[in-house]
Ligand binder design. Structure first.
Ligand code: NI
Length: 257
């Protein structure tokens, strides 16, 4: 039973076969829950539509740092209005991305992130954090605002993971643990406490080996689980159960038994 804590099934890369994938392929592969992440303003409504169409899909709504420029004036109240939807379980994905700072300057990224952290706190919801090449500023902000939630596709060191866990947050790991030069994600995978690890795809991105370069989907999570199991001395089934229980706890989602 697979709980994919982070995917983007509204992506146009799924336009050709989305319904087939979500209504039959993934359930047949044992996928019992997916959290679909909004990213740009248009994806807010698309995420809600996916939640309403498929029982096992839940949603996070928020604005990704790469998409934080040129938002309509009412963007924050539009996000807030969706938080009362019964299948919207988090604010995400939100964060800082200094790799793409040309898309949106750092100060603007911080402003949009902080507004959404405050929104999540107000509604007592977890956040899904994206942190790319911004570890220092992100840790400062997490220390200050103390959200509950997950840092997804965790790319920092084991030390940074320890600090993140100490703040009460979860660590999300995906296909990167299977990459040939994965040193940090492997150290993190070996270290994370049993009750703080989530597994994810970030589909259509971050496809695990041996399928790198192809489109990712939740059906490929077993490859990631196998690698995590190997470095932790567990079975893949144990990794899938542990990460499912953690995701259920964090997002308040109960999967069918
Ligand atoms: Ni993502």
């Amino acid at each position: 039973m697979i709980f994919d804590s982070h995917a983007h099934y509204d992506s146009e890369q799924f336009d050709i076969d989305r319904d087939e994938l979500l209504s039959s392929v993934l359930p047949q592969k044992g996928v019992v829950a997916v959290i679909n992440m909004a990213a740009d303003y248009e994806s807010l409504k698309k995420t809600v539509a996916l939640c309403e169409k498929y029982d096992y899909i839940y949603g996070a709504v928020g604005i990704h740092p790469e998409c934080a420029n040129d938002l309509p004036d009412n963007w924050l109240s539009d996000v807030e209005a969706l938080l009362s939807h019964p299948k919207i379980v988090a604010v995400g994905e939100i964060g800082l991305d200094y790799h793409w700072e040309d898309e949106c300057p750092r100060e603007k990224q911080k402003e949009v992130l902080i507004a959404q952290l405050e929104l999540a706190k107000k509604h007592d919801l977890p956040v899904v954090i994206h942190d790319r090449e911004a570890h220092g500023d992100m840790m400062d902000i997490l220390r200050k605002y103390k959200p509950k939630g997950v840092v997804h596709c965790f790319s920092g060191s084991a030390e940074l993971a320890q600090e993140t866990v100490k703040l009460g947050m979860y660590i999300g790991l995906g296909g990167a643990v299977t990459f040939k030069n994965a040193r940090r994600p492997i150290e993190v995978a070996a270290w994370v406490p049993e009750d703080r690890l989530l597994i994810e795809t970030d589909a259509p991105y971050m496809t695990p080996a041996p399928f790198r370069g192809k489109r990712n989907s939740s059906a490929l999570i077993p490859y990631t689980a196998e690698k995590i199991a190997q470095v932790r001395g567990m079975t893949p089934e144990q990794v899938l159960r542990m990460t499912r229980e953690n995701a259920e706890r964090l997002f308040g989602v109960v999967c069918p038994a």
